[in-house]
Design a protein around this ligand. Structure first.
Ligand SMILES: *Cc1c(COP(=O)(O)O)cnc(C)c1O
Length: 352
């Protein structure tokens, strides 16, 4: 039976989003999906256990406890926060809310591949505008277009770890007549955020996640910070219970423990800087990073065999290819001992 014919043509035609590998073996040193190598705050476990006593009830549809805690941390009002099942859920809600069939979505290239998938789901057109050689936006990115309905800017960007300064993003929002989503999945590792820009231009929307810096990739919790009237309308678009009682409790505990967050971020940023030195010493071109990963390329030999050799030694990094732009290895910051183990093996691989 031809079951394909029942699907919308956009769905049949689209390429699926491929997440990084999640190996079953626990011996693997996992440096491929930018998870935290350190555990979440111990308060998270306590909060989850307490929440598990009340699972016969539906969760709070708006995640009020989390919104109150996050508002305090960010210095915004709780009605400026929308909770999501990971920030990917927030990105889905935004795309569904702003973008229809035939509309255009703009984002830089190379960046987060999910934006392309979300555009395809809507039957929309992706405008992937290449970064300049320093991973900054070119003039083309600022061109107004009546069909442009949404802009995504990962900041810091993946896979490069680079940052666009908030002044540039404000200038972009003022130039384009559509919402500009700043995807701040990695912002806790960076010196500056765009949250303060929302008060200056309510077309700026900021997404955050607890998956990376808060070490909760397995919990699934992300959120949007935006003008209250944007949040109010988006509530109609999200699933009624898009965050569950366990994740609301865990995320509230995590964001309330800023001391734990800061300690982990500062350890990881120190490890990152040590990695920059060591990987440069091994002949990689390493892009200066504001995130918990490094983008590493080389001109003297191909990097895909290096990825494969690391993998056969139990070390998983991410090989990424962005034709015609080029390829590289995206290496997540691990614990110091994980990184030392990787460097030893890398050295032996590069000797041959
Ligand atoms: C990891 C990541 C996300 C998604 O995070 P989740 O909250 O786990 O869904 C969003 N944007 C970028 C750029 C990311 O790297």
């Amino acid at each position: 039976m031809d079951l394909q014919k029942y699907f919308r043509p956009e769905i049949v035609a689209m390429a699926p989003y491929k997440p990084g590998e999640q190996p079953g073996a626990t011996k693997v040193i996992k440096l491929n999906t930018n998870e935290s190598p350190y555990p979440p705050s111990p308060r998270v476990r306590d909060a989850i256990l307490a929440a598990s006593e009340r699972l016969e009830r539906y969760p709070d549809p708006l995640g009020t406890s989390f919104r109150n805690a996050a508002a305090g941390v960010l210095g915004v009002s709780p009605d400026q926060i929308l909770c999501g099942n990971g920030s990917d859920d927030i990105l889905t809600v935004l795309t569904r809310a702003f973008v229809g069939k035939g509309d255009r979505i703009r984002f830089p290239f190379p960046s987060y591949i999910l934006y392309r998938v979300l555009a395809a789901l809507q039957g929309a057109v992706s405008e992937e505008i290449p970064f300049d050689s320093h991973f900054q936006l070119t003039d083309r990115f600022f061109q107004p277009d009546p069909n442009l309905k949404l802009v995504y800017i990962p900041n810091p960007n993946s896979p490069s770890g680079t940052l666009i300064d908030p002044e540039t993003i404000l200038r972009l929002a003022r130039q384009l007549d559509c919402p500009v989503v700043v995807d701040e999945a990695y912002v806790d590792f960076a010196p500056r955020s765009c949250v303060d820009l929302i008060a200056q231009d309510p077309r700026i929307l900021v997404t955050r996640t607890l998956s990376k810096s808060y070490a909760l990739a397995g919990l699934r919790f992300g959120y949007l910070v935006a003008h209250p009237s944007v949040i109010e309308i988006l509530r109609k678009v999200k699933d009624s219970y898009n965050t569950d009682a366990i994740s609301i409790a865990g995320a509230t505990a995590a964001i309330s423990d800023q001391t734990w967050l800061r300690a982990n971020v500062s350890r990881m940023n120190q490890t990152r800087e040590r990695m920059v030195g060591a990987l440069s010493g091994l002949g990689f071109q390493v892009t200066p990073s504001n995130a918990n990963f490094l983008w590493c390329t080389r001109t003297d030999r191909p990097v895909e065999p290096i990825y494969a050799a690391l993998k056969s030694n139990g070390i998983l990094v991410r090989y990424m290819n962005y034709p015609p732009w080029g390829d590289g290895l995206r290496i997540s910051v691990g614990t110091d001992s994980e990184i030392d183990a990787m460097l030893v093996i890398l050295e032996s691989i590069l000797r041959v």
